[in-house]
Design a protein around this ligand. Sequence first.
Ligand code: FE2
Length: 324
Amino acid sequence: MLTLGLESSAHTFGAGIVDDGKVLANAKAMYDIGAGGMVPSKVAEFHALNAAGVIRDALDKAGITLRDLEGIGYTRGPGLGPCLQVAQLSARTLAHRLGLGVAMVNHCVAHIEIAKHASGLKDPIVLYVSGGNSQILKLAGKPFRHYRVIGETLDIGIGNMLDSLARKLCLNPAWGSTVAKTAEGGNYIELPYTVKGMDFSFTGLLTRAEELAAKMSPKDICFSVQETSFAMLCEALERALLLTNSKELCVCGGVAQSTRLRSMLTSLARENKARFGYVENEFNADNGAMVAFTAERMLLHGASTSPENCDIMQRYRAEEAAVF
Ligand code: FE2
């Protein structure tokens, strides 16, 4: 089913096209956050200016026209309100014009579904790590098929924590991949480490790292923040693996692009005799293809909404979304 998926929950406007689970196109335009971070209204303006061009790019890459589309999906949430509106309005307008049903996709579920598909894992413990979210999830069957959150951050997402650190250290661009580059060759210094069962917290770690910013080298701070925060995730994940007796582990979301995190998770999986999987970076960063992939499944199972009933949910949790 030729399906267009639109994503605009944060800094990226993405348009992906999928047919029968196969990605035909994954076009995107990304807002340049520079050293200052994101102002939602400015990012939304960027998305509005780029939406038509990115959609056209996706159609060209897939070698189809709008009239060939059989379904449309967009990210309903979670995300920044003004940004989410752009994909929502684009999807509604196209669906109305083309007479198509729309799938309202949960962003977290889209990240998980494409990573699970790519890695061939059936029922893994999932670590979903991005700017606004850091959660451990497992598929549950009742009262409907959904991802149950069995552990999560008690304050901020790990991606936001790394972005905040990058801004404090005046790194440019101010986000996690620059922290990772700065961390190369750094030395370990002890920082607050907070894990409570399968939950974790990052604000104490961030506050201490920011306090040390004036007197220690950025290299050592970045290295130590990465090592400490990733170790926290590993401890909580190991507990989740043991408690659920699971033998599969999957990581997804923007922070899953970190090679250091993936190397630590590879060791964790090996020690627990679990299979470990993830998807290519192109699909871990926010993208339209993951939305199209999830939307196609939803539409094939009848989870279709008429354009006039489409909405956004800024705090749309993964466990509220049915999985097909
Ligand atoms: Fe994301």
